[in-house]
Design a protein around this ligand. Structure first.
Ligand SMILES: Nc1ncnc2c1ncn2[C@@H]1O[C@H](COP(=O)(O)OP(=O)(O)OP(=O)(O)O)[C@@H](O)[C@H]1O
Length: 242
């Protein structure tokens, strides 16, 4: 076990956001969290990272766990000069050789002298990934890494994630809205909506009546994910009632 949350609830102010979440991730697994906007995906990630404290339950992390985190958004002001090479050396200086190898691994070698603010969305994500890999993480945590990428870009990014997992053996936890790709590329999928609605390996989740009821899935209507039908109702706080 790398990280485990037990019976974890999180409130923002007085608003419950996550309720009774039991979650754990093992070595080398690729786990994707899916769910509607505002369903608590980023909150779950932030709690697992330890940057917010659950209101109840607890979180355990393996001793000495190294986490490589790629945030949902990272704004770099265009008026603030920051080359890719310099960015890779934050917060700790790294050698040119290490920088080159990291960029090669994520398929963006040659961009060293480019300004971060000039990169395309896909290049930017790959530079973030290169930087996250420098710490040789046991687990990579990525919050919507494919946001803004086109379909080939999304598929390519997932292929890269799989390659990184194969080569480095790290676990990967991601948040994604790309349902089709997620189902192909994850070992396990978690459907979140203020609580864990269902979880499991994609083939099982995909065929589970709970999943189909949750997401209203038929092949042609995958994008109807956010019009999904629940077999239980949610109040305004995202809590569920059978
Ligand atoms: N710091 C905060 N203070 C108050 N409320 C917050 C805070 N962060 C998140 N929330 C609220 O908690 C709920 C869950 O937010 P969260 O960002 O975890 O959802 P999400 O599933 O990641 O959404 P999205 O898909 O839109 O990124 C939302 O209603 C949000 O407004």
């Amino acid at each position: 076990m790398l990280i485990a949350a037990t019976n974890m609830s999180v409130t923002h102010g007085s608003t419950p956001v996550l309720r009774d979440v039991d979650f754990q991730i093992e070595k080398g697994e690729i786990v994707t969290v899916i769910g509607p906007n505002g369903s608590g995906k980023s909150t779950l990630i932030r709690a697992l990272l330890g940057v917010l404290t659950p209101s109840s339950g607890h979180i355990a992390r393996a001793k000495g766990l190294r986490i490589g985190y790629i945030p949902q958004k990272l704004a770099i002001d265009a008026s603030f000069p920051m080359t890719v090479r310099r960015f890779l050396s934050l917060p700790r200086w790294i050698s040119d050789d290490l920088a080159l190898r990291a960029l090669e691994r994520t398929g963006v070698a040659g961009l060293e002298q480019r300004q971060m603010s000039d990169l395309s969305g896909g290049q930017f994500q790959r530079v973030l990934l290169a930087r996250a890999l420098l710490s040789e993480p046991d687990i990579l945590i990525l919050d919507e890494p494919t946001q803004g990428l086109d379909h080939p870009g999304i598929v390519a990014f997932y292929e890269l994630i799989e390659e990184v997992r194969r080569d480095l053996g790290c676990a990967v936890l991601l948040v994604s809205h790309d349902l089709h790709v997620v189902m192909r590329a994850s070992d396990r999928v978690i459907c979140l909506n203020g609580h864990i609605c269902c979880q499991g390996i994609p083939s099982v989740v995909q065929n589970a009546p709970e999943y189909q009821a949750l997401f209203g899935i038929s092949d042609s209507s995958t994008l109807a994910i956010y019009e999904h039908h629940h077999d239980h109702s949610h109040d305004e706080n995202g809590c569920c009632h059978d």
